[in-house]
Write a protein that binds this ligand. Structure first.
Ligand code: BGC
Length: 950
């Protein structure tokens, strides 16, 4: 038992009737971030969490105060005092004070009321600081090394430096920085910040991010040196698989200003200008796909320190300004997040060593070596080994993924690359003359440092491994943009993959800022006709040469424009993302509608369709494209409604209905089947609401039959896979959905795990019978098929968002247990606080412990019981604090609860609590009532097509 203030918490989850904790709000966020600096949002949104484990706690009112006074005393100089606002809004509360100014830090605090009584204590103060809001805030010039380069290859990474004198006591210092290519900054020899791959990957010609660093502590009195190293990165390195480079420009350049404020109020700006000097350093070449070559002998020692003599350095060249809009970054930065010790290091047949990191990671290796100056060590990275125990590299296609390091001959030296990353489990280290042991090799994991918000565990080790693999693939592929893969010559922001995986991503991690950034690039790169590029940022197009397919406008891919903003809205209550993206969303749906033409069947253009289906079972692309047109019209209509655009909501609702009818005419058969009888076709038709209601049972039965006929295997690809288990679970086949999930023979989610996978595979048949699949499409780190994670959280775990009350203001707690699992434990850190569901069962009892954060509520569905049989915290269920209502709903009991902790328990029969209505192992006979129902439905539905009503 834990005693907290006046509350006694019972570790078993039983909830005590004790006075509430003092409700001091905490976890204050501005634009999702804790104390961000350098933001450029003119009306930042403020969020906080109420902290209480008491039941039924809701916010009745709040008061926010904002001041610029550094002592944060919140005296009379407030720039905003909301006063007492009667509202339960505790997330995304817009700042409404005086206009915000560049560079200023704003401190804020909040207190809340939960009833008529006195307010809570004020929160601890939090702050945000504005970046540079106006173009004339910038004094910097674009500068680069100015030397001649062979632009067909990767060139040495320039070093640049500038000496300056700080003349007084510094009260604060900021660096605002961006670049063409990647940059690293150093101040007096110390690396500035811990962000990697800055300024990030955006649609560089339109949007270029800058970062803000607090460098107050790094400024010395007197002489200082600011230094920079630039790398090719996404800007001008190899991009795409056609060997293209210099996609965004040919020259590397830096654009930076350091602003110092002294205690006496003076300010000084040291900006990039022609006083900077440049030279080459140790990085001879760097490339995201190919790796990095360093010669440590060439690194000028102490080059970014004051004592270094830069007489031999050349003057920099100033270059033309960027055409892009400079924007502050909104996504969490890429960072080193973990260090991995290898599980094995052994000699390889080719003479070097092979290191096994034990898991497929993204990042690189830090190598500790001792040797002669001039010795060169080569590190080659791969995801798998071939049957001779050497690296398997065919699936990397043309990406070399190779680093090389030439020693300077120090007693001990460390290698780490600056401007590349690799997807790998194995590293071959060649050319080292010393003895390597595992302690000399450290795996450095890097990715966008999103907050971990979800946890999911069950009694089944293989499912837990699947969850771990999904998370690892999310980490590895959330590297500033949502990539398809981290290892081959691709690593691009494939739109289809992102929209499919988005919901799963939002369970595992706080993904709003990450997707907000990416969606802005999507809108920026969207074509004039509304077509959305296949990849964002769009490095593949537009291509105009004859005969080439334009890399934009594919169904299921371009729909990311509509589906991803909606996902962010539902999961985080983010209305602004709908506002911001609305035009892009609409333009995509209008584009698709035009492509579909008057019969609303989309048959034109290049389509990926149900990409990489199991056993090659493809589904016709007109069916898929039409289904997605319906889906996006449906979502767009809902989004319009949220934004109060009632006419649009109606227009796109009508469009949805029309596409639905067109789909029915074209693809649905009289007996309730589809002219395209594939699993994916059934899944999309049902999941997207395209089947007449009365036909759904029959359609799902056909799906189930198909699965069983394949020995309980799926035949879906990227587009069908995310929803197959939803369709089964929602329509009476939960056991079959579990059987699919627990299947471990090919093709299935667990099959790769049976083969030792530690990440999600791109293809169901990545390795079969010991043979690697098609090397062109055989990434072993691809999150798309991991989109089942969303179903796992919602259905096994039981945490379901309610789109009507987004951000889990109201949640559905509705696990669907299966007899093959003894328990599942799921938590989600929502915008309101921690939502937790733990259920467990044995042969006689089912228990469900749940915790609902303050200022939110939930509907708990207890499967297979009766109201009178349910105990809550050891007592008969009744209306009392927290329990707002309860009811019998068929075989289940539904309890409406407020915040707090609850413990439900009831007896179950030895047969278990659930059985599939149609999910028995034997295919059911085709019931005559179903045939008649289907015929009747079709008749009515046909009539409605004619009359235009439904
Ligand atoms: C990528 C996919 C992507 C697909 C589209 C592949 O090369 O890796 O994830 O969605 O192309 O065809």
């Amino acid at each position: 038992m834990l005693v907290l203030g006046s509350v006694i918490l019972n570790s078993g989850g039983a909830v005590a009737q004790f006075p509430a904790l003092a409700l001091r709000p905490g976890d204050l966020r501005t634009e999702y971030l804790a104390n961000p600096i350098g933001i450029d949002v003119s009306i930042p949104r403020l969020s906080w969490k109420l902290r209480s484990t008491a039941r039924d706690v809701s916010q009745a009112a709040f008061q926010v105060q904002v001041t610029t006074d550094e002592s944060a005393l919140f005296g009379t100089d407030l720039v905003w005092d909301s006063g007492r606002v009667t509202s339960d809004q505790s997330i995304h509360v817009p700042y409404e004070g005086v206009a915000l100014a560049s560079r200023v830090r704003y401190f804020w605090r909040v207190r809340v009321w939960t009833g008529d009584e006195a307010p809570s204590d004020w929160s601890e103060p939090a702050y945000w600081e504005m970046g540079l809001l106006r173009p004339d805030d910038w004094q910097a010039e674009w500068i680069g090394p100015g030397w001649e380069e062979d632009l067909s290859v990767s060139n040495p990474a320039p070093l640049m430096r500038r000496r300056f004198v700080s003349s007084g006591r510094v009260s604060s210092a900021r660096i605002y920085a961006t670049s063409h290519g990647l940059y690293e900054l150093y101040l007096n020899g110390t690396r500035v910040g811990d962000r990697l791959f800055t300024p990030g990957f955006t649609s560089y010609k339109k949007r270029l991010q800058y970062q803000t660093y607090d460098v107050t502590e790094l400024i010395a009195t007197g002489a200082n040196v600011l230094g920079a190293r630039l790398g090719d990165g996404w800007y001008r390195g190899f991009m795409g698989s056609s060997g293209d480079r210099n996609v965004y420009g040919a020259n590397l350049a830096l654009f930076t200003q350091l602003e110092i404020t002294y205690t006496d109020g003076r300010t000084e700006v040291i900006a990039t200008d022609d006083d900077w000097k440049a030279a080459r350093g140790s990085v001879l070449s760097s490339d995201i796909y190919n790796g990095e070559t360093q010669d440590a002998q060439l690194e000028p020692e102490g080059w970014s320190e004051v004592g270094y003599d830069d007489a031999s350095w050349g003057r920099v060249a100033t270059s033309d300004p960027s055409s892009a809009r400079l924007v502050a970054d909104v996504a969490p930065p890429v960072r080193r997040t973990e260090q991995i010790t290898p599980i094995e290091l052994r000699p390889s047949a080719s003479g070097g060593s092979i290191v096994d990191m034990g898991e497929n990671i993204v990042g690189w290796v830090r190598l500790r070596v001792r040797g002669e100056a001039g010795d060169t060590i080569v590190l080659r990275y791969a995801e798998a080994l071939d049957d001779t125990g050497e690296l398997y590299t065919a699936n990397l296609r043309d990406a070399a993924q190779t680093d090389s390091y030439t020693l300077r001959g120090d007693p001990e030296e460390f290698f780490e690359p600056h401007f590349t990353f690799h997807g790998f489990r194995y590293v071959a280290i060649e050319g080292y003359r010393g003895e390597l042991d595992a302690n000399d090799v450290t795996g450095i994991v890097v990715h966008s440092d999103l907050e971990n918000t979800g946890s999911f565990e069950t009694s089944d080790a293989a499912i837990n491994q699947l969850q771990a693999n999904i998370v690892r693939s999310q980490r590895g592929n959330f590297l500033d943009i949502p990539t398809d893969c981290p290892q081959r010559d691709e690593r691009l922001g494939w739109t289809g993959d992102a929209q499919l995986f988005g919901p799963t991503a939002c369970f595992n991690m706080g993904a709003s800022g990450f997707f907000t950034k990416w969606l802005r690039d999507l809108a920026a790169d969207q074509r004039v006709d509304g077509a959305v590029p296949w990849v964002v940022p769009d490095v593949l197009g537009p291509r105009t040469s004859d005969g080439e397919v334009e890399p934009a406008g594919a169904a299921g891919w371009g729909d990311a424009a509509v589906i991803v903003p909606w996902t962010i809205y539902v999961r985080y209550g983010d209305v602004r993302i709908l506002e911001e993206q609305y035009d892009s969303m609409r333009r995509w749906v209008d584009y698709a509608t035009t492509e579909a033409g008057s019969n609303l069947i989309w048959e034109t253009g290049f389509q990926f369709g149900d990409w990489l289906p199991a056993r090659g079972r493809s589904t016709r692309t007109d069916l898929i494209a039409t289904a997605y047109l319906a889906r996006s019209s449906d979502i767009l209509s809902r989004a319009a409604m949220v934004l109060g655009r009632v006419d649009d909501a109606r227009e796109y609702r009508d469009l949805f209905e029309s596409v639905r009818k067109a789909f029915g005419k074209q693809f649905v058969t009289f007996s309730g089947g589809l002219r395209e009888p594939t699993q994916t076709a059934y899944v999309l038709a049902v999941q997207f609401g395209l089947m007449p209601t009365a036909m759904i049972p029959d359609t799902v039965r056909r799906l189930a039959d198909d699965i069983r006929e394949r020995g309980t295997h799926l035949s879906t690809g990227f587009l069908g896979t995310p929803y197959i288990n939803d369709v089964l679970t929602d329509h009476g086949y939960a056991q079959l959905a579990y059987s699919l999930l627990l299947q471990d023979s090919y093709p299935s989610w667990l099959y790769p795990i049976s083969q030792g996978a530690t990440t999600m595979w791109e293809s169901w048949d990545g390795i079969r019978d010991g043979v690697f699949g098609d090397p062109l499409l055989n990434s072993f780190n691809h999150y798309a098929l991991g989109a089942v994670g969303d179903w796992m959280y919602r259905t096994i775990g039981g945490i379901r968002p309610d789109p009507e009350r987004p951000a889990y203001k109201h949640a559905w707690i509705a696990p669907v247990p299966d007899d093959r699992l003894r328990y599942a434990k799921t938590t989600l850190e929502t915008m309101y606080g921690t939502l937790r569901v733990d259920w467990g069962k044995d042969t006689t009892a089912f228990t469900l412990n749940t915790e609902v954060p303050p200022n939110s509520s939930a509907s708990v569905r207890l499967p297979g019981t009766r109201v009178e049989d349910v105990l809550e915290s050891e007592a008969r269920i009744e209306i009392k604090p927290g329990i707002r209502s309860f009811r019998q709903d068929g075989d289940d009991v539904v309890v409406e609860i407020g915040s707090g902790r609850y413990r439900f328990a009831y007896s179950i029969s030895p047969e278990g609590i659930l059985s599939d209505q149609g999910g028995q192992s034997e295919p059911r006979p085709f019931p005559i009532t179903m045939v008649m129902g289907a015929i009747l439905a079709l008749f009515l539905w046909g009539a409605s097509v004619v009359t235009g009503k439904q």
